[in-house]
Design a protein. Structure first.
Length: 207
């Protein structure tokens, strides 16, 4: 199997002709006019116009505990799921946007305390990825970490920032039913829980 380790082109193969802000708030929306190189050619496409949603980098972490055989998820209202047929309240890993020049690791340590009250042990990074590169510049850094989890969840978050976050503590045995329930609808939580399934299986083989 051929593994594509390097991109065909880089940023030097994009010619930006114009960019302007249409909106600047918690997120920014830009209008960008550009052209880029064609595959297997020295030529460029005709100029195109795209809208770019600019967001700061974000980081998230799945907290788990092998001794307790438990893991933690959070539930909160999400504007992006406003029209979801099930519910705008989404199940997620603990996550947040990087503050200034904050590192992803420092971001999730802060967010873990704010959203669960838990202090993490050693971090393991899984992936850094673009959740929606077709329109949004946000890059997401996904981690997992062991932590001493509370026996029960609770309500957390920063009320002055409009946060109202329910912490759920679930058993490893709940994983199959959770996947079947179709409540998992964002990439970080699905990726993290697939990792946890593999981790549980690998740990069982070692016993």
């Amino acid at each position: 199997m051929k593994i594509i380790q390097q991109a065909s082109y880089n940023d030097k193969d994009v010619e930006i002709q114009q960019r302007e802000y249409l909106y600047q708030g918690f997120i920014q929306v830009e209008k960008v006019k550009l052209r880029h190189r064609l595959f297997a050619s020295e030529h460029y496409i005709a100029p195109i116009q795209r809208e770019l949603i600019a967001r700061r980098p974000a980081a998230g972490v799945l907290l788990y505990n092998d001794r307790q055989q438990k893991f933690a998820l959070i539930e909160q209202f999400r504007i992006g799921a406003l029209d979801d047929l099930e519910s705008p309240w989404q199940l997620e890993v603990i996550a947040g946007v990087l503050d200034g020049d904050e590192s992803p690791e420092d971001c999730i340590r802060r967010e873990a305390l704010e959203e669960s009250g838990c202090e993490m042990q050693a971090l393991q990074q899984l992936f850094s990825f673009y959740p929606s590169a077709g329109a949004c510049s946000e890059i997401f850094h996904l981690f997992v970490a062991e932590a001493d989890l509370p026996e029960q969840g609770g309500v957390h978050g920063m009320p002055d920032e409009g946060e109202n976050i329910q912490l759920h503590i679930l058993d490893y045995a709940d994983l199959p039913a959770l996947f079947q329930a179709k409540r998992l609808k964002n990439a970080p939580v699905i990726m993290a829980l697939q990792w946890l399934q593999q981790h549980i299986a690998a740990t069982a083989c070692m016993r």
